[in-house]
Design a protein. Structure first.
Length: 553
């Protein structure tokens, strides 16, 4: 459904999510680490305005008893498990945390499909308690794995082992859960063991077909005149290979000797020339299945794309041109653009002076070609409307072009004209500076800047916002690139987004495009001008200038 809900997940699950409607749940709840989490609003004069998002310091008085009662009404058996924990933990903060978690996990069990899975991310502070709770809710038989994620390389602790890992508890709703096979590359030492090749080129190495110890059943029976019992062994079969050949259901019905026949018929048994016991041909597979210790995924750092909302970067795209006959490397010229969608109509919006700059470049050199990010477009041939007075231009795009450019078309079908803006509103400006556009070979390179700004002035036509570089330095890719400030030439046409909470949902509204940035100088606060998008109509046309009646009063 691709919907982001902003609010308490308990309320959202109860009010909006139907039974057995969710395929996968990942939750990363507060760990009871007694940290306070805030949403930070940047003030243009350097002060930080904060709104508390949540505090993971849990207290019994904050509703834990009510949560216990909700669990009792939902499932007495689970409630008794909580009671037992309370008998040990009392009305402590940890118990409050477990009560608050349990009432939510009960709802998650309700909304999870029978084929669904749940991953609960926690740390060793509470993982042992949470596993007891999860066993009572999903059943111990539906516990699948405890994953250990090494989240940092080292941590210094005074009188204990360094705490470098988190825990992920993997549960399913039933034994019919969906499992997609994935693989990681083998290391070189492992692959070097596979020195022989089958006729089709598949690499293999030989492995034992027997294991120590005698058996009275079929695994100890004679096969092809060979009796493993004589050597104090029994047959050892690769069930994975048999399942690949016959399927899991058929494999369950087969005897050990029948499995040996199947492997031999498919060329997976190696018969030596010296009369020795046959060996299993273990082929080099697609890779290593994921293991329950994860050590190759680093934590997200403070400058990573995920932390700075990759969405806001994708909402703007670079709008560039270059000389198709000139050698590389060469500098890309151009600006930025936003992409809007109204029903089936998709079009780009940029500053009129960006289009004029391309038109002038093309007049000087007919070899220039235009692109949205790295996707070719006929910019001038697809202009819908251009208004120099408003410095706005719109141009047609296809869904395929948007997808190819890895952009996001902001669906405005049910939210147009955009909401009004007031002084003090927080805005996000996103664009692609010229100094961060380039091509050094077959691949175009773009890096975006995203600025969180405060609205300082609003008119029917303009949005003026302030950005303080001492507070909000947020380069998306590389902290070594130039600061935002006067280096934002090329951001013209980039989107201006307003954040609002609507009926409990966190919504982003495109309200403008960047038309002018700071001219430079040693000033602590930089001013940016945006052109309001209220002038753009759902068909891509641009309304008459101020006074037409289109703008809300």
């Amino acid at each position: 459904m691709n919907t982001l809900y902003f609010g308490d997940n308990l309320d959202v699950m109860r009010d909006r999510l139907a039974d057995a409607s969710v395929d996968l749940i990942y939750l990363d709840p507060p760990f009871n680490s007694k940290s306070t989490y805030n949403i930070l609003y940047k003030s243009p004069i350097g002060a930080d305005a904060q709104r508390k998002a949540f505090e993971d310091t849990w207290h019994w008085e904050d509703g834990a008893q009510s949560a216990m009662e909700d669990v009792r009404r939902a499932d007495v058996r689970i409630f008794k498990v909580l009671q037992a924990l309370q008998g040990f933990l009392g009305q402590s903060d940890v118990m409050a945390y477990l009560a608050m978690m349990t009432v939510r996990l009960v709802e998650m069990r309700r909304i999870l499909k029978r084929t669904g899975s749940l991953y609960l991310h926690c740390d060793p502070t509470a993982s042992h308690y949470l596993k007891i709770v999860l066993d009572s809710i999903f059943g111990g038989a539906n516990f699948r794995s405890e994953l250990i994620w090494k989240r940092t390389s080292a941590h210094s602790s005074a009188k204990r082992w360094g705490d470098v890992h988190d825990v992920l508890l993997f549960y399913t709703a039933s034994d019919e859960y969906t499992w997609n096979k994935i693989f990681t590359p083998y290391d070189d030492l492992y692959t070097k063991r596979y020195k022989r090749a089958m006729p089709d080129g598949t690499l293999w190495t030989d492995d034992n077909l027997t294991a120590p110890g005698t058996r009275n059943g079929d695994s100890g029976a004679s096969w092809r005149g060979l009796n493993p019992t004589d050597k104090g062994n029994h047959w050892k079969i690769s069930n994975a290979a048999v399942i690949d050949l016959a399927g899991s259901e058929e494999a369950k019905k087969m005897s050990t000797t029948a499995k040996l026949d199947l492997l031999d018929e498919n060329g997976l048994i190696y018969w030596g020339k010296d009369g020795s016991y046959p060996r299993f041909k273990r082929v080099l597979g697609s890779g290593m299945p994921p293991q329950d210790i994860i050590s190759d995924i680093p934590p997200i750092n403070s400058q990573a794309q995920e932390r700075i909302a990759k969405f806001t970067m994708s909402a703007s795209r670079a709008l560039v041109w270059y000389d198709s006959r000139a050698p590389w490397p060469q500098q890309l010229d151009g600006g930025s653009c936003a992409i809007l969608k109204f029903g089936s109509e998709v079009f780009g919006v940029t500053a009129a002076h960006v289009v004029s700059a391309f038109e002038n470049a093309l007049a000087r050199n007919p070899n220039f070609v235009s692109l949205i990010h790295d996707t070719p477009i006929d910019l001038l041939g697809n202009i819908i409307a251009l208004n120099d007075e408003l410095d706005l231009a719109t141009f047609r795009l296809t869904e395929e072009q948007v997808k190819s450019s890895q952009g996001i078309a902001l669906d405005c079908s049910d939210a147009w004209p955009p909401p009004g803006i007031e002084e003090g509103d927080g805005l996000t400006f996103s664009g692609f500076p010229e100094l961060m556009k380039g091509k050094t070979g077959p691949k175009l390179e773009f890096r975006a800047f995203i600025g969180m700004l405060r609205t300082t002035f609003v008119s029917e036509k303009d949005i003026v916002a302030a950005w303080d570089p001492s507070i909000d330095k947020r380069p998306i890719s590389n902290p070594a690139v130039p600061e935002l400030g006067p280096n934002t030439s090329g951001c013209s046409g980039g989107v201006v987004l307003l954040q609002r909470i609507v009926k409990g949902l966190h919504r982003w509204f495109p309200v403008g495009i960047i038309v002018e940035g700071p001219s430079g100088g040693d000033i602590p606060i930089d001013l940016y001008k945006g052109r309001r998008l209220d002038f753009v109509r759902p068909d891509g046309s641009i309304s008459n200038p101020v006074g037409s009646g289109w703008l809300p009063s």
